[in-house]
Structures are given as C-alpha cells and as structure tokens.
Design a protein around this ligand. Structure first.
Ligand code: SF4
Ligand code: SF4
Length: 128
C-alpha cells in the first residue's frame, strides 16, 4: 500500500479534525460518528489493507471505534469516509467561512484521489 496515500490521509485528518474539534454546530468532537461508519471502516480495512481491526472494535459500544478520551482509535486511512468528512463539505461543498481551508481541502482531496486510483487495479485484483 502506498505510503504516500497513507500520509495524505493523515494530512487530511489533520485538516478536518480541527473543524470538528471546534464543531460549528456546537455538537462537540466526534458527534457525527456512528456505528455504521465504524462498521464500514472495519470492512474497508479488511478488504483494502488486509488488516483485522476487530481487537479495537467494541461491538457493545454505541460507537465501536471511539475512545471517549482520545477519539477515534484507528488511523485515518482506515476510515476515509470519516477522514474526508466535514458537514460544510457534505452540505455545501465548501466552507463558507474559510476559503483558505477549502482550497487546502480540495488540493488534498485531489492528491488522495490520485493515489487511490493509482491503487485501484491492484485492489480490484485482490478482490478476485
Ligand atoms: S462534521 Fe460538522 S457537525 Fe459533525 S462534528 Fe464535524 S463540525 Fe460538528
Ligand atoms: S471509524 Fe472512527 S471517526 Fe469513523 S465513525 Fe467510527 S469512531 Fe468515528
């Protein structure tokens, strides 16, 4: 797996996490986490990276990968749908209060897309 892709997801997490740490809706960090998003991450890590994250998955918890003190227990590349997500991007496609951040976000998204597509054929081959 591309180290560059993993590094880009970490950069993206470093960019999106502060938005949620200072949640504009005052819902608090990780308020958009959900059990189904954790389950998707579990499956993604297994299919794409051949990594079994079940030892970190607390099935009895409301949010299985969430640690109440430290936040998400798994690395950003195992949860791309969470890492790339902010409500402003989801709802409007941009952050109306932060043009610079929006520009950085889409630069990184472009780089992530590039490295994901670069891996795509390899991933398809693994799925056969
Ligand atoms: S995605 Fe939006 S609403 Fe959800 S935690 Fe982040 S800033 Fe708050
Ligand atoms: S995988 Fe992590 S960031 Fe995504 S919903 Fe679960 S706890 Fe939240």
């Amino acid at each position: 797996m591309s180290d560059k892709l993993i590094a880009k997801y970490q950069e993206m997490s470093d960019l999106t996490k502060p938005k949620c740490d200072n949640c504009f809706a005052s819902l608090g960090p990780n308020s958009c986490c959900s059990k189904i998003a954790c389950e998707i991450s579990l499956q993604w890590a297994r299919e794409k990276y051949k990594v079994d994250l079940r030892h970190l998955f607390n099935a009895a918890a409301k949010i299985p990968f969430l640690d109440s003190k430290t936040g998400c227990r798994i690395a950003p590349h195992y949860r791309p749908h969470c890492t790339n997500y902010t409500c402003a991007i989801h709802a409007f496609g941009f952050d109306k209060d932060d043009v610079q951040w929006t520009s950085e976000y889409y630069t990184l998204r472009g780089e992530i897309d590039y490295w994901e597509w670069e891996q795509y054929d390899k991933h398809e081959e693994q799925m056969k």
